[in-house]
Write a protein that binds this ligand. Sequence first.
Ligand code: NAD
Ligand code: SIN
Length: 481
Amino acid sequence: MSDLISIEPATGATLWTGTSGNPDAAVASARAAWPGWAATALVKRIEAVRRYANRIRTGSEELAELISRETGKPLWEARTEVESVVNKVDISVRAFADRTPQRQLPSQPDTRAALRHKPHGVLAVLGPYNFPAHLPNGHIVPALIAGNTIVFKPSEKTPAVGQYLMDAFDKAGMPAGVVNIVHGGPAIGKQLTANDELDGVLFTGSAHTGIALNRQFASRPDKILALEMGGNNPIIAWDTSDIHSAAVLIVQSAFLSAGQRCSAASRLIVKDDLYERIIKEVKRITDRLIIDEPFASPAPFMGPVIDNETADGLTESFLALMSHGGKPIKHMARPVAELPFLTPGIIDVTQLEERPDIELFGPILQVVRVADFEEAIAEANNTRYGLSAALIGGTAKHYDQFWSSSRAGIVNWNKMTVGASSEAPFGGIGLSGNHRPSAYYAADYCAYPVVSMEAEKARARIGIGLKDDINGEEDGSPAAK
Ligand code: NAD
Ligand code: SIN
């Protein structure tokens, strides 16, 4: 009987129904397939993931529409997600060669010293809902190239997209058991990650879940654990002659994907004497944003958040900020009571004695005004997270200071906090990750290095520290006679 239902956030219609899977059976299947996959020549593994990329490319419009329906994100944005899925394959092939290569090392004349990498074995991939194709794919593809087999648990909020990826692997002729899917929510996730036959877990999701996994694996150094978690990302607005561009970058950073990006700017830190002009322009642009269903014409800037529960939580968070002394600049509204559309909320929290250091995963921008640049940097770093940070405006000297003081894995100047490139490592510090960045560096956690000293023949002698041999042999070896 179906116990999983995926609802289209923009319409409330049922998109997909299914049943929670059996994680133990999926792990057993991946375990059985692993020796064969790991022994498959690299070129064949690469061919297999390229066939998968071709399947995705062929059905790209179908997948983009599915992503839009299941997440509520605009179609134009879902199309860019599909493009990232396809591009990931070539990028991962390059990253595998670059980050985890086979290499000869300097050695003695009769010795070959080799660096090679081996796959871990069976890896679980746990995905989030905001990029339901791109982010799990960002773990799965490099892990497969490296020779691991996979148990993929998509977010329970986006199972249809997860199933689409799985079907694409099947249609691409991936050998049985190499990629397995198991549907379900946190309970199934827990059961999956508790399976001792796993060699590791590659996770993208909230800090709350990531910390639980970190605790769970604290006494298991034998398992690889890669945690890509959330952010509470700052964007600083400093002296600039182009207020409009600054405001556009702020609005895009805060509200693209309805603020549901781990790298979204949640905190705008603005210089006192710039405040009125910047806020006026940010508000003016935000007022013009089209918030609509994914396929609407004209195309929307953003759609709804993922579900009503999330919309309720964000609305409550906005009200809580107000009740603690925050001054609304733009109220967050819920235009259709029964659907999770939210208009972006902007609130000045300068006067709050204690600003909550939590990720509000949606279209809420908190504003803090500061007097000088040192205060701005201190405010930017005033978080346990450390994923993305940006400075808009300022001089090269300001940027140098910002770059060297910022505690984040992405530090940008006059660019959005979002829109990370798959060609670069993507990860953060603090509660944003466990120092195993993904994207280009995913190769690093998909394989471990093995160093070998190799010679065709065993030839050895002890040159120092030996007593004279009573038989008069020079180095204790009869062969040396
Ligand atoms: P989530 O943590 O609620 O869920 C992520 C996955 O973990 C889901 O598949 C879920 O079913 C599973 N899960 C939940 N509890 C579990 C448990 N105890 N044991 C095992 N599995 C469990 O995250 P979400 O709400 O789906 O996604 C949004 C979050 O993801 C945000 O915090 C966002 O910042 C973060 N995110 C991070 C990145 C990054 O690369 N750093 C990228 C995108 C999203
Ligand atoms: C995300 O993975 O949530 C955001 C990626 C980005 O836009 O930087």
